[in-house]
Design a protein around this ligand. Structure first.
Ligand SMILES: [Zn+2]
Length: 255
């Protein structure tokens, strides 16, 4: 009995931490019919998935929701609709990595609009703070990102930052991006960023030339929002990103 208790201690400790962070002891693996229906009506990536992949997507969204603490800021609550869509954005990006749920990031802070960032004393639409294990989003801009396929998507942009950090921070999910492909990607990014700066590149917005992290986030936005144009304008960059993320949104366009 004593040994059994000793054996259980790490599990109990984990449950206590988990309960403190998310309000539930066990992770969830199933989405309710209401949530699935909501995804079907409101989330294009999910709509386009084949049936089997839809089921995987649902399970992963359910797990993501149950493993994060959603915190409302300057508003009363983070509604279930917000939780489903924000989690769906994370799973869209990580769909090629069945085990990656951005586990370093425990907290998702949602503001109704732009918010004042203490980090750099400016108003922001989104931010990822690895030290605070937090992803912060303006709900208004999150929604706007999914309304038009114009290569701008706040949710995917911030999740892309979180993904790169998750890959670098040593934790249970770490080092999952292929080294060789990542190197090829960085070389392409460097070249394209200088083309943006000297004005010979116009597909990616200017903000992508700020640094490697921003270029990756901007490229991810375009990868999902305008995959056909991306592939046509920059076939090698598209292919590299598709290999890096282990998925190809152009294939979904043909469904
Ligand atoms: Zn950014």
């Amino acid at each position: 009995m004593k040994y059994l208790l000793l054996f259980l201690i790490p599990f109990i400790a984990r449950w206590v931490v988990r309960y403190h962070q998310t309000g539930s002891i066990f992770p969830a693996f199933y989405l309710s019919a209401k949530h699935k229906d909501f995804l079907e009506k409101n989330f294009e990536f999910y709509q386009k998935l084949p049936l089997k992949s839809k089921q995987t997507f649902e399970r992963r969204v359910a797990f993501f929701i149950s493993s994060k603490k959603f915190i409302p800021r300057e508003m009363d609550q983070v509604t279930w609709e917000m939780k489903v869509l924000i989690s769906a954005a994370a799973i869209q990006l990580t769909f090629g990595f069945p085990k990656v749920h951005l586990s370093w990031f425990r907290y998702i802070l949602v503001y109704p609009e732009t918010f004042f960032s203490q980090a750099n004393q400016q108003h922001h639409k989104g931010e990822v703070n690895p030290r605070a294990k937090t992803i912060v989003l303006s709900w208004k801009h999150f929604v706007e990102g999914y309304l038009k396929p114009d290569g701008r998507n706040l949710g995917l942009h911030e999740m892309a930052h979180a993904l790169r950090l998750e890959n670098r921070i040593m934790n249970e999910e770490y080092n999952f991006l292929d080294h060789e492909i990542l190197e090829q990607w960085e070389a392409r990014a460097k070249r394209t960023m200088s083309e943006i700066i000297n004005g010979t590149e116009s597909f990616f917005r200017k903000y992508g030339s700020v640094n490697n992290e921003e270029f990756f986030a901007v490229a991810v936005e375009n990868f999902f929002e305008r995959p056909l144009e991306f592939k046509e304008r920059h076939p090698k960059t598209y292919l590299t990103l598709s290999q890096l993320l282990k998925q190809d949104p152009v294939l979904l366009e043909k469904n």
